[in-house]
Design a protein around this ligand. Structure first.
Ligand code: ATP
Length: 145
């Protein structure tokens, strides 16, 4: 089976006293809310990929806090099954405006939104990503980042 390895970020930010997470609506998909992520490049560390993809797909920059975990799924592309692993990192928002993405990445992202972190485990579309949001929520409750 073909394999793919991506990395992404759970970008958190306090807005008016409440923690939020940066979510994207991938281009060409209806009603899907997902986390920013992308393929790990040659010679690139997954942590660097996560930060790069966060900026490309959301327009904001952040600093790495820690790794949250890996998610796994299988999908079919042109009749071929692909086994995919995605490493997710907790990222603390530092600067930039959500949705401020360059032309190059605009076709990949239809929309962006700050979701309340407490509701993200319910609002995100994919089970693995919901679990990453739940993990981020637990970590932030324990130890404010
Ligand atoms: P990347 O963002 O890593 O460059 P991509 O956009 O090429 O990847 P995926 O986001 O992995 O591809 O999407 C490929 C297929 O897998 C799509 O049909 C998508 O709906 C589905 N998919 C994406 N994320 C998940 C997930 N966490 N769990 C299950 N299926 C998923």
């Amino acid at each position: 089976m073909r394999r793919e390895f991506s990395a992404g970020g759970v970008v958190v930010r306090k807005i008016r006293g409440g923690w939020h997470l940066a979510a994207i609506r991938p281009g060409g998909k209806n009603d899907v809310w997902a986390l920013p992520k992308g393929l790990v490049g040659e010679g690139e560390s997954p942590a660097d990929t996560a930060l790069r993809e966060v900026t490309e797909e959301t327009g904001v920059r952040g600093r790495l806090v820690e790794k949250l975990g890996d998610i796994r799924y299988v999908y079919t592309w042109k009749g071929e099954r692909v086994f995919k692993v995605v490493s997710f990192y907790l990222v603390r928002y530092s600067n930039g405006r959500l949705g401020d993405i360059t032309e190059e990445f605009r076709h990949e992202v239809a929309d962006t939104k700050w979701l309340p972190l407490a509701e993200a485990p319910r609002l995100l579309s994919y089970k693995g990503e919901r679990e990453m949001a739940a993990k981020a929520l637990l970590l932030i409750d324990e130890r404010p980042v």
